[in-house]
Design a protein around this ligand. Structure first.
Ligand code: HEM
Length: 459
């Protein structure tokens, strides 16, 4: 066991299991307590040590040096069981090529088409609501975000029955991954209900994706979707053809896992936070009324929805869905004056950085206006919902567009109110998500007729 004599250890480690209890019971409070101890803090997971980076500048340095701080450590060891060596989890050596091959799928020129599909999926959700209906908001947002990923990845290739199953399988896999990080072998292989559900969902998810890919490769047509872009991709810096079948499968499963739950969690949190802050709600309604006049939002509307975007940005600060990530050190290195030998597990946390009061005054307050003048803006590397450097989220623009369009489209027609007793509970699994959030959908009647825009979408 590495003991890192110069790095403080978090208090209250239990013999044998270390800090597993606070990490499972209240990981957010535990993380927020660490910066008081130092820039780097040692946390124990059973016999293993993990170094948590608590300082934004050191976090940036680790993220920018992705050769030395490579994907690995407890989270990625578990993720690899699901997504193999796809672009999310592959080591540095394989990453540049996979990223070059995946990048065209997210080219700026493709975004307006994706945006059209996104708005269609959000409308499908909101059209199914009736006045006064109580909504299970996280489930509604999971279905919407899952429809969006499948519409933009596969066009309409997935039958609706398979779509529901895919959403359930993603939910099961994502929910079990965090607990599996702390399951020391052979506990992860015991036939417990949790392990069995995880393995079955993982196998079905792969089966669904492999079937769609096989059909698409046999067909060969360009559907203008993410999958067509992956199938067609070739790397000018490499004489091999594009991705192998296995690489495409791992990449698609990665997009499905990385893209559905994170955006759904962002949207559920945004709807919850807006409803808790009437002054923000009023301002949001005023903006969408003026710009959309009750119509769904389009890609062209985005520049005129700055407050809607700030609400999403502030939601991503306060409750970043990706709140904790691990790395492994591949060569002896120094960080913050401490020696980290090769093999050290390191973690960084957007949540921890976003809640530091020295960077974000009153960090627990939901305040979208902190992102507008005259408020001083935080240093760029202190806002990390999509990470930074070469491993930065490939879907960052995609999901900002998705979340902004979805929030505006919902707010244009509906006001959501909390249902007493079901006001949502923040849970830190692999993503930071809300559980038990039920809200009553009230149609908005105050959309001013004068604000209704002309049919062709002119303001
Ligand atoms: C609000 C929504 C999202 C958030 C908050 C988010 C956050 C992140 C973060 C923090 C990382 C870096 C992980 C690390 O440092 O270990 C990441 C990576 C990644 N994300 Fe996202 N993500 C979102 C949506 C999406 C979507 C919609 C897609 C795809 C459709 C996607 C695909 C990926 C991929 C492929 C990577 C790996 C990039 C690489 O290593 O080159 N994400 N995401």
């Amino acid at each position: 066991m590495k003991d890192f004599p110069s790095i403080p250890t978090a208090p209250r480690a239990l013999p044998l299991i270390g800090h597993v209890v606070p990490l499972l019971r209240d990981p957010l409070a535990f993380l927020n307590s660490l910066p008081a101890l130092g820039e780097l803090v040692r946390v124990r997971l059973g016999p293993l040590s993990m170094i948590v980076i608590c300082d934004p500048e050191l976090t940036r340095r680790a993220l920018l040096d992705d050769r030395v701080f490579d994907k690995g450590g407890p989270l990625y060891d578990r993720l690899r069981e699901v997504i193999g060596d796809g672009v999310v989890s592959c080591p540095h050596q394989a990453h540049r090529r996979l990223r070059r091959l995946s990048q065209p799928a997210f080219h700026q020129a493709r975004l307006p088409d994706y945006a059209r599909a996104m708005t269609g999926c959000v409308q499908e959700t909101t059209d199914s609501w009736s006045p006064g209906q109580v909504l299970d908001v996280p489930a509604e947002m999971m279905t919407t975000s899952s429809r969006i990923i499948t519409a933009t990845l596969f066009s309409d290739a997935l039958p609706s029955t398979a779509h529901g199953r895919l959403t359930d399988d993603v939910t099961t896999v994502v929910k079990s991954l965090y607990q599996r990080m702390f399951l020391i072998p052979p506990l992860d292989r015991l036939p417990t209900p949790g392990n069995r559900a995880h393995l079955a969902a993982r196998a079905r998810l792969h089966g669904t994706v492999e079937r769609v890919i096989a059909e698409r490769r046999a067909d060969g047509a360009d559907y203008g979707d993410l999958l067509s872009a992956l199938v067609a991709a070739h790397d000018p810096e490499d004489d091999r053809p594009g991705m192998s079948g296995a690489e495409i499968t791992d990449t698609v499963v990665s997009f499905v896992l990385a893209g559905i739950e994170s955006t759904a969690a962002t949207l559920s949190s945004a709807l919850d936070l807006v409803a808790r802050h009437p002054e923000v709600e009023q301002a949001l309604h005023a903006e969408v009324d003026a710009v959309l006049g009750g119509a769904p939002a389009t890609h062209a509307d985005l520049p005129r929805l700055p407050l809607t975007e700030r609400v999403i940005t502030e939601t991503l600060r306060l409750r970043p869905p990706g709140w904790f990530f691990t790395r492994v050190v591949t060569a002896d290195t120094q960080l913050g004056g401490h020696l980290l030998p090769a093999g050290t597990s390191v973690a960084y946390s957007p949540y921890l950085i976003h809640h530091r009061p020295d960077i974000y005054p009153d960090p627990e307050a939901f305040s979208p206006d902190r992102w507008a003048a005259p408020h001083p803006q935080p240093p760029r590397h202190a806002f990390l919902p999509f990470a930074a450097g070469a491993r930065k989220c490939i879907g960052d623009s995609f999901s900002m567009i998705e979340a902004t369009l979805a929030l505006a489209t919902i707010a244009a027609r509906w006001r959501l109110e909390h249902v007493p007793g079901h006001r949502g509970r923040l849970a830190a699994a692999v993503t930071l998500e809300l559980r038990d959030l039920r809200m009553r959908a009230r149609p908005r009647t105050s959309v001013p007729a004068a604000a209704l825009r002309s049919p062709e979408g002119a303001p």
